[in-house]
Design a binder for this molecule. Structure first.
Ligand SMILES: Cc1ncc(COP(=O)(O)O)c(C=O)c1O
Length: 363
């Protein structure tokens, strides 16, 4: 590993965060969301490590579910986007994957199969997200059809928040109001119906304490999506990304740094080159001033991020040497701060860390 760019992943921190999520909504089971390669943390490694702890896992599609099943994971796995083709239903049933029914077509497919064992299904309600799921005018009909089928053992009404990360938004209240009234009417029809509402933001802000399954994703990895920082304090950072300094040079006032010459030294400066760029997944749009951590101090990026390198201000860290390690984000630099400087969100940064960054697991 000559280039030596490393994402250190603390699996014990992920387990801690999962258990913390469960403690926020004490009577709920928790679906550990490990889609998109466990938000870049490595879905097979994460799921194997959590397998004895979690109630079930959640992924986007059958390929992601099969990957962790083939890695030896035994827990049930929820397909959050349902099945994309009819034939996937049989694969799902044979592998203890729970299907989410999100559309009329998926409903027709489910009602046309005769599984050996009755199925547990999640039925998606579009209560205000404006994405997948049945809307107010079709949900009841879908629910009644599933309820009256002998092939269905359990139905979990599932919905997803659009704005739970914005604590002052009224959208969440509106969604909760709709879910409450629909759930009550479904319950009167079939009182075994269960409920799954909260993503990480919903869990952390404790929007709904009465549900059967929460679905925490980003918080498992130690990051709160909520726009007030107070929700971070119980979470442990799972991923710390570091890379070595490969060049240190002095520049004089007026010299320019990097592509486009966008950064002009305002004074005499020392600039270090770090072996990490957008080819490793660092956001190219990170601005001059984006924080990094080195030798116990915070400094920042200067100039544009290149494919394989970025440049940082070392003027006030004079004892820096080649191969000293720079933290791009993790234990000392909040990924949310980096995301803000790059006009993005932590989710995008995590999921874009590329293959050439070596994943080192701590247990
Ligand atoms: C349906 C569903 N549930 C839960 C999650 C987890 O969300 P978060 O990572 O914000 O906790 C997602 C992620 O997008 C999702 O699509």
């Amino acid at each position: 590993m000559s280039r030596n760019t490393v994402a250190k992943i603390n699996l014990a921190a992920i387990k801690h965060n999962y258990l913390y999520a469960k403690s926020c909504v004490p009577y709920a089971q928790a679906v550990a969301i490990v889609k998109a390669n466990a938000y870049g943390h490595g879905s097979a490694e994460v799921a194997k490590y959590l397998d004895d702890t979690v109630d079930l896992f959640g992924v986007a599609c059958i390929e992601e579910a099969l990957e962790i099943r083939q890695a030896g994971v035994k827990s049930p796995i929820l397909l959050l986007e349902g099945v994309f083709e009819f034939d996937e239903i049989e694969v799902a049933n044979n592998n203890n994957f729970f299907i989410c029914v999100t559309s009329e077509e998926g409903l027709k497919w489910i009602l046309s199969v005769s599984p050996q064992e009755p199925l547990t299904l999640f039925l998606k309600y579009d209560s205000g997200m404006g994405r997948l799921g049945f809307q107010d005018d079709t949900l009841l009909d879908a629910f009644e059809k599933l309820s009256s089928s002998n092939n269905i053992k359990e139905i979990v009404l599932m919905t997803h928040f659009a704005c739970a990360d914005e604590v002052t938004s009224l959208v969440t209240d509106k969604q909760m109001h709709k879910i409450d009234s629909f759930y009550k009417s479904l319950k009167s029809y079939n009182n075994k119906t269960k409920l799954s509402i909260s993503n990480s933001a919903g869990v952390l802000t404790k929007v709904c304490q009465s549900q059967d399954f929460i679905r925490p994703g980003i918080m498992l990895y130690g990051t709160s999506p909520v726009d007030t920082n107070q929700h971070d304090i119980h979470l442990l950072t799972a991923m710390t990304v570091t890379a070595p300094i490969i060049s240190i040079k002095k520049y004089t006032e007026g010299d320019s740094i990097g592509y486009g010459g966008t950064f002009i030294c305002p004074k005499d400066m020392t600039v270090g080159v770090v072996a990490f760029g957008y080819g490793d997944g660092y956001p190219r749009h990170a601005i001059t001033g984006t924080p990094v951590y080195l030798n116990g101090l915070i400094t920042h990026i200067v100039g544009r991020v290149s494919m394989d390198m970025l440049t940082i201000d070392l003027t006030h860290i004079p004892n820096t040497n080649i191969n000293d390690r720079v933290e791009l984000f993790g234990e000392n630099v909040s990924i949310n701060d980096v995301a803000r400087c790059a006009d993005t969100i932590s989710y995008e940064i995590y999921t874009k860390i590329t293959k050439r960054v070596y994943r080192e697991y701590l247990y």
